[in-house]
Design a protein around this ligand. Structure first.
Ligand code: ISJ
Length: 285
């Protein structure tokens, strides 16, 4: 029987209440904690580096022997704010969509929405460089070109998102980078809002899972830690590296919904069902 618990969780502001709860609980829960972007959280469960984790819901059916073990998630019942399609053009006009390589759930959600709601069939490309037009990497493949990101339209010859069609690009962005870059774009489509408009349901982006046997006592400790953290959001933010960000509490209280309730479980099932129609695009890393 497996007794060691190695926990992996997403390294964004939206996980701070969970991290706070786990850290405060101390002991072996905290010692086993590993933080990384969502795609790598799923990888850690898949490879066995972790046996408990907050992982993108897109990855749940792909990893054998997983179970959802807590009634907590990273979800949204209204706008989520940090999962967006950002562009200088209306979605109907886009011919290329660059996909955040840190994401598993939202990139597939974008493909579902493109086909089922927006009625577009853009080229899908991996976005791998988040310098957003600044620094030495500006204009290289997979980067948001500075000119486009600042709203002057696709800059010819940057080699990014402008090589084909009308050169109208959109960018699926998730997590903290949305706070830093949202103001650059004319159009922001909140993917939680778009999903709710299409289905009438809230959404769950990530859920807590265990792989293989994890002692019930550990699961109960984890659940207790998550409950504490989500019930003490201002305390968690004050403790964290986000204390000076004026939007942090508001975002965690108004945008993120931590409860994995029946409507979010229904949304997860529907998302898995729809997602099977749309193969995930190949993304590096
Ligand atoms: C709400 C968010 O949901 C995240 C989005 C994920 C994805 O797209 O794979 C995975 C985990 C969540 O933390 C966010 O990142 O802002």
């Amino acid at each position: 029987m497996m007794t060691r618990t190695r926990i992996v969780a997403v390294s964004y502001l939206n996980t701070i209440p969970y991290i706070y709860g786990i850290t405060r609980a101390g002991g072996s829960l905290r010692e086993g904690l590993l933080l990384c972007p969502p795609r790598l959280c799923a990888e850690a469960l898949r490879t066995g580096e972790a046996n408990v984790g907050l992982i993108p819901v897109a990855a749940i059916p792909e990893i054998p022997d997983l179970q959802i073990i807590t009634p907590f998630c990273i979800g949204a019942s209204g706008p989520v704010r940090t999962v967006v399609l950002a562009s200088d053009y209306p979605v109907e006009e886009l011919d290329t969509i660059w996909l955040d390589s840190h994401s598993r759930t939202s990139v597939r959600l974008a493909r579902i929405l493109a086909a089922e709601k927006w009625g577009i069939a853009p080229q899908w490309r991996p976005l791998t460089d988040y310098s957003f037009g600044t620094g030495a990497a500006a204009g290289t493949h997979g980067t948001i070109p500075a000119a486009e990101a600042t709203g002057t339209g696709g800059a010819a010859g940057t080699g990014t998102g402008t090589e084909s069609g009308t050169g109208k690009s959109g960018y699926i962005l998730i997590g903290d980078k949305v706070f830093d870059h949202e103001a650059r774009f004319r159009y922001l489509y909140d993917l939680s809002d778009e999903w709710r408009a299409m289905t009438g349901l809230p959404f769950a982006f990530a859920a807590w899972v265990a792989r293989g046997e994890v002692p019930q006592e550990r699961v109960s400790q984890l659940e207790e830690a998550l409950r504490y953290g989500t019930a003490h959001i201002p305390e968690a933010v004050a403790w964290s590296g986000y204390a000076a960000r004026p939007y942090a509490c508001d975002y965690l209280i108004r945008n993120i919904d931590f409860v994995l309730d029946a409507p979010k479980r229904r949304a997860m099932e529907l998302y898995w069902q729809l997602g099977r129609r749309y193969d995930p695009p190949s993304t590096p890393g």
